[in-house]
Design a protein around this ligand. Structure first.
Ligand code: MF3
Ligand code: CO
Length: 241
């Protein structure tokens, strides 16, 4: 089920720590991920994924470097350099269910500014998840993420959201990364949600280029995502090993 998909993703994201080093191409990372997912008897959810107006998504994972926010397409020309950051987003399907998770990695040693962005984005995800209990509302998750990001002087990327996940990769509800507490759909035990803050250093505005989203000012952007299960008590993070 979903937990099984998420466990594959968690193990893959852990394994990628050893692959993401200066000199590697995003294409190589994609090949590693594609092989890993298939060796687990699963398939990459993103490959062939369609949205109106674009060709089907061509790769197993998304690789978004530096000012890349999400949906970067792996390719042979993008070679990682020391000091880069790279968001890796993975969807896995097995037995008719999907899981979805992402992390942003440091390539070698990174600047203090980049490290702080990663820390704040990761903490905003933790705070968002902590609101995801039965009886709370989607707006409580959104508000927890957005207020923490803004309090740290950063920006939530416009119009990019989390989502329900299950039989389909993207399901109801939409989970914005800023919002009002006490508003939006009520959370029920048993719901599985992909919560995913996308945070820019310099602006909320985004630039789109085909599939790919970038911060409009070229500033660094980070992305962390977990698939979680809503319960009557603490949420269960499915995408950790
Ligand atoms: N995790 C991504 C999201 O929720 C999935 C991207 S689908 C892709 O938006 F096909 F673009 F990779
Ligand atoms: Co997602």
């Amino acid at each position: 089920m979903i937990r099984c998909c998420c466990q594959i993703i968690a193990r893959l994201l852990d394994a990628l720590t050893g692959i993401i080093i200066p000199g590697v191409s995003t294409q190589k990372i994609d090949e590693f991920a594609d092989d890993f997912i298939r060796s687990c008897g699963a398939v990459p959810s993103f490959k062939g994924y369609c949205i109106p107006g674009l060709l089907p998504y061509p790769a197993a994972i998304c690789t978004s470097v530096n000012s890349g926010i999400v949906h970067g397409i792996p390719n042979v020309c993008t070679i990682l350099n020391e000091g880069d950051i790279i968001g890796i987003d993975v969807g896995v399907m097995k037995n008719g269910y999907h899981g979805d998770a992402a992390r942003t990695y440091a390539v070698g040693a990174i600047s203090d500014a980049a490290r702080r962005l990663l820390n704040v984005t990761q903490e905003s995800l933790r705070l968002g998840i902590s609101q995801a209990m039965q009886g709370m509302r989607v707006g409580d998750i959104s508000h927890a993420i957005g207020t923490y990001v803004m309090a740290n002087g950063y920006y939530v990327a416009d119009n990019l959201t989390g989502h329900g996940v299950g039989r389909s990769l993207h399901e109801e509800p939409v989970i914005p990364n800023m919002g009002l507490p006490g508003k939006g759909p009520r959370l029920q035990a048993g719901m599985t949600l992909a919560i995913e803050p996308m945070v820019n250093i310099g602006t909320n505005r985004v630039r789109e280029d085909g599939w790919e989203y970038f911060s409009a000012d070229g500033s660094l952007s980070a992305h962390y995502e977990h698939t979680i299960l809503v319960t009557e008590a603490e949420p269960l993070i499915l995408s950790i090993a």
